[in-house]
Design a protein around this ligand. Sequence first.
Ligand code: ZN
Length: 121
Amino acid sequence: MPDWKENLRCSFCHKKSGEVEKLVAGPGVHICNECIGLCGEILEQERHAASTEPRLPVWETMSEEQILDHLPKIAAVQAQVDDNLRDWVGHLRGRDVSWERIGASLGMTRQSAWERFRSET
Ligand SMILES: [Zn+2]
């Protein structure tokens, strides 16, 4: 398995690609077969529950400790998405696509794109 593929993780459970059967890619995120299975179960349960009550925001049901425990998971996904974005931009740079076009695609100036994504080497 190439390095980049080995380092991919499920954005939901954070397992590495080698620890699960399959990772499905979205824009900057990935989901593993196990989490897809869990999503299927949740949808199935909700279909049977037939509740019409609006859902509370998830943090309304959580303790402060649980919310604090959740923060590093969100930060890890953010880091994963940042790395992924950097890889995609790096690939475009490898094709000699200008910072101007990359910036325009991301709604930022050429200068901002360069400052954010230029390689340190
Ligand atoms: Zn997963």
